[in-house]
Design a binder for this molecule. Sequence first.
Ligand code: PMV
Length: 337
Amino acid sequence: MNRKECVRFLLQGNPLEPQKKQGVGHAPLNIALVKYWGKRNRELNLPVTSSFSISLNSHTHTTVETLPHMEEDVVVLNGMSIPRETTFYQRVKGFIDLVRPEKMAFSVTTINEMPTGAGLASSAAGFAALTRALNDLFSWQLSDSALSCLARLGSGSAARSLFPGFVLWEKGVREDGLDSVAHSLVETWPELLVAYVPISSTEKPISSTAAMQRTVDTSPLYCRWPVEVEKQLQEATSAITMKEFDRLGRVAESSALMMHGTMLTATPPILYWLPETVSVLHQAWQARKEGFQVYVTMDAGPNVKLLFLEEQKELLHRYFPKAKLLSPLWCDHALSS
Ligand code: PMV
């Protein structure tokens, strides 16, 4: 099954033309605590393993409109028109192509509350918000599971950005990927806080899609990855049920370091870290020795995210003066479009 066939299946019985002039959608950022790294099917963005994230109260807001007298899509990000030669434009256009009625152009206006392309998984919130906006424009009224499937075709981690709280993206076993969808866990943990240390907001040197593929194809360590992730998923969900923060922090940190370890051993090697990334890691390990239970995680970029508990919040700026707080998103209602 290719992407178009998958979309046709998901949209069965739903309108294939926009039902109004404008559709809007909002979606939160998510940070993986147990990472997604590697696809078993590149066409459908089907992952090798399940992954696990926490959604954050920082959103992408997207408006989609039809452009009756135009031939080309217009994409505007944070008030700037995006040139059609850019990867960003082409990814948005490629996603709309999956549902585009013949010869219809669209304008996509997106506002990100966080910087784009800096390892803060903004493509996840971006494709999830675009999926919700299209759902609104076409009046599909698809379930969140179906929207998760659809968003995954834009960016794998977008499957998780449809939901609040702790989110598990099940890898699924079907070849068509219809069971590779995310859902929220019932557990919440309001005392858990997330922060990030901004290190660089420049575009990454290699996309996560390309980095992940090179890792799968060439890293001799990658064969261990699925086995370790399976253990990490169990450890993370059990830590959450038992409210054992150190256990959760250790798993999240280890998942991120393992992911970067597989990249470092790819050919040619991939290293997203900058010298400041390493400094922040050392700072976190030193802070832990001194009693601040803080754990790090990183995605495909140089920025570091920190996990800690509310009761130690006042220590954050003592150890990480540049850190910015990102509260988790626990409630449902902020998400619907
Ligand atoms: O959604 P993608 O294809 O950009 O993958 C991103 C994967 C990581 O952010 C590095 C890890 C994750 O699980 O979010």
